[in-house]
Structure formats: C-alpha cells, structure tokens
Design a protein around this ligand. Structure first.
Ligand SMILES: CCC/C=C/C(=O)SCCNC(=O)CCNC(=O)[C@H](O)C(C)(C)COP(=O)([O-])OP(=O)([O-])OC[C@H]1O[C@@H](n2cnc3c(N)ncnc32)[C@H](O)[C@@H]1OP(=O)([O-])[O-]
Ligand SMILES: NC(=O)C1=CN([C@@H]2O[C@H](COP(=O)(O)OP(=O)(O)OC[C@H]3O[C@@H](n4cnc5c(N)ncnc54)[C@H](OP(=O)(O)O)[C@@H]3O)[C@@H](O)[C@H]2O)C=CC1
Length: 268
C-alpha cells in the first residue's frame, strides 16, 4: 500500500459566506468535509444520530462556523424539518448527502428488511432531503454533492442493496441536474474508493488493505477523506460553476481495476 496524504489546494476564503448542510458530519468523510468547508469560510450545519460525535466535530472548527442537529435521516419528517430550519436561519448554498452505509452480504442473504433499511438510508432519504432543500438551493443557485461509491456503475459483490441505492442516487442526481438547471442548481456525485474510516478500520485487515487497496486499486492507495473534502469544496466553489450531473470517482483508479468487492472470495 502507498499512503497518500490529504491535499489542500483551495485558497482561504474560497467559500466565504456559504451555508452548507452535511449529513453524517460526526465522523469519517462527513467530518473531513465539515472541517474543510469551515476552514474555507463556510458555515456548516451537521446532521447525524449521535450527539457526542457531532459535538466532537465542532471542536475541530472555529466557533460560530458550525452547528448540528441530532436526527436520523430516515425519519423523513424530522430531517425535512431540519433542512427547512437550516435554510430559514442560514440560507443553503450546499447540501452534502454523505450519511450512508450498509452491511456486506451476498444478495441471497439480504432479507426484505435488510434491503429496505439500506434503500431507506442511501436512496429514499437523499430524495427527501434534497427535495426539502430545493427552495433554498434555488434562492442561492446552490449545489448538491452526493457521496456515492467508486464502482457504482459496475457493481460490487456483497453490496447488491447499496449499489442499487447508489445507482438510484446517480439517476436522481442526473435527473435533478436537468430539472433544476434553469434555476442554477448543480448536482454531482463523488465516488470515493477505499476510505480507511472507522467503519472499515475494524476490517482493516487483509481484505481491506490486501484486496481492496493493493489488488483492486491501480494506484494502490486508499482515498484520504481530506481529498474527498477538497473535491466537495471545489464543486461548491465558483470553479465548479459549470459542473453538473457528473460522477467523479476519486479512487486511485479503482473503477478501472478488478472492482471493489466486499466478499473476499471475489479475489481468490
Ligand atoms: C469499498 C467501499 C465500501 C464501502 C464502505 C462504506 O460504506 S463504510 C461506511 C459506512 N458505514 C456503515 O456502513 C456503518 C455500518 N452499517 C449500518 O449501520 C447498518 O448496516 C445499516 C445502516 C445498513 C442498517 O441499520 P439499521 O439500524 O436499519 O439496522 P438493523 O439492525 O435494524 O437491521 C435492519 C435489517 O438489516 C438486516 N441486517 C443488518 N445487518 C445484517 C447483516 N450483516 N447481514 C444480513 N442482514 C443484516 C437486519 O437483519 C434487518 O433485517 P430484518 O431482520 O428486519 O429482515
Ligand atoms: N469508507 C469507505 O471506504 C467508503 C465510504 N463511502 C460512503 O461515504 C459515506 C461516509 O462514510 P464514512 O465516512 O466512510 O463512514 P462513517 O460510518 O464514518 O460515516 C457515516 C456517517 O453517516 C451517519 N449516519 C449513518 N446512518 C445515519 C442515519 N440513519 N441518520 C443520520 N446519520 C447517519 C453516521 O453518524 P451516526 O452514526 O451518528 O448517525 C456517520 O457519521 C457513506 O455514505 C459511505 O457509504 C463511499 C465509498 C467508500
């Protein structure tokens, strides 16, 4: 494995005056995105289910640049109310739909309940949050960044539910990029490769480091969450003003390799 460090290239003040909403701001990619947006001048409202981790993110940013709401994004009424409250108090120039996840199982072992829980988290919540944000995004000519997965267009063993949900988000992203273009709203998806956040670190093991990073990622490196954050900030900045409806895979070339599969037998 080759370790790469997160890179910061955008100038201080790039996002001065921006109001952003980041789901899953209490850890991993969402925390890195929150910290970087705030460093660049944005005010960020975070959403997640755990107050302690959301508060800990606040310790990494200047006071006044961040607040949070404890909320499950699958509670559609509650999360829509949070979006509306944020929009009314701060305006909304950027929505980052980052909260997400799945268990890893072959399709035969995914029950109807398991399918529904992953679809609710990774697709249905994104639709409702984005719809609730629409009037505020229209007022600011704002942007949406949906955090997806490298390989969303090709499939990944052990992730039938999650890939189906993220492919749905990609379709939603491109559809809304068309429907809302006249209002100046842009929507894009980012596809990170293997990110060694705590969710994967328990498994940071032979499978994650040996298979996903060394075998399945041509550049043999994990994706630093800070690199994902810099790309989110770029898309929110004036430099991203004509980018919409895209899937940007930030994955060391993993989408060109043998695929990121969560069933280790895929690599035998
Ligand atoms: C290379 C890229 C890889 C990507 C990496 C990342 O994204 S890492 C970053 C992301 N971080 C994460 O992904 C964090 C970890 N993931 C999670 O928090 C959860 O997996 C969740 C969000 C999907 C479910 O949340 P929830 O509160 O709804 O869970 P619940 O307990 O109420 O169960 C609901 C249903 O699911 C079923 N079920 C559950 N587990 C398994 C299993 N192993 N097997 C089979 N089935 C399973 C369970 O039986 C039930 O179905 P039933 O019995 O009613 O038919
Ligand atoms: N790690 C990786 O290799 C990759 C991750 N991704 C995706 O990136 C995104 C971020 O993942 P990552 O940072 O790695 O992992 P984390 O598990 O650290 O982040 C997931 C975040 O989402 C929040 N969250 C989960 N469920 C809910 C919910 N129902 N309501 C509100 N918030 C919720 C969690 O907070 P809380 O538990 O407090 O609610 C947590 O902060 C996910 O969508 C993931 O699938 C994509 C490619 C690769």
């Amino acid at each position: 494995m080759t370790a790469t460090k997160g890179t910061r290239v955008l100038a201080p003040g790039t996002l001065d005056g921006l109001s952003a909403l980041v789901t899953g701001a209490g850890s991993g990619i969402g925390r890195a995105v929150t910290v970087r947006l705030a460093e660049l001048g944005a005010h960020v409202t975070g959403i997640g289910r755990h107050e302690d981790t959301l508060a800990a993110t606040g310790e990494l940013v200047d006071s006044g640049a961040y607040d949070y709401h404890v909320c499950d994004v699958r509670d559609l009424d509650a999360v829509s109310a949070v979006v509306a409250d944020t929009g009314r108090r701060h305006g909304l120039g950027l929505l980052v739909n980052n909260a997400g996840g799945q268990f890893f199982a072959r399709a035969d072992d995914i029950s109807p309940g398991g399918w529904r829980s992953v679809l609710d988290l990774n697709l249905t919540s994104v639709f409702h949050i984005t719809k609730a944000a629409h009037p505020f995004l229209a007022a600011s000519r704002g942007a949406v960044v949906n955090i997806s997965l490298s390989g969303v267009e090709r499939g990944g063993m052990g992730m039938a539910h999650s890939i189906a949900a993220r492919a749905g988000v990609l379709g939603l992203t491109r559809t809304l990029a068309l429907e809302w273009a006249a209002e100046g709203i842009r929507l894009n998806c980012l596809g990170p490769g293997t990110v060694l956040t705590h969710a994967l670190s328990d498994e940071a093991s032979e499978h994650v480091l040996g298979n996903l990073v060394d075998r399945a990622t041509p550049m043999r490196t994990p994706t630093p969450p800070e690199d994902v954050a810099e790309l989110v900030a770029f898309l929110a900045s004036p430099a991203g003003a004509l980018m919409t409806g895209q899937l940007l895979q930030i994955d060391g070339g993993a989408h060109l390799g043998p695929g990121l599969h969560m069933l280790p037998e895929a690599y035998r």
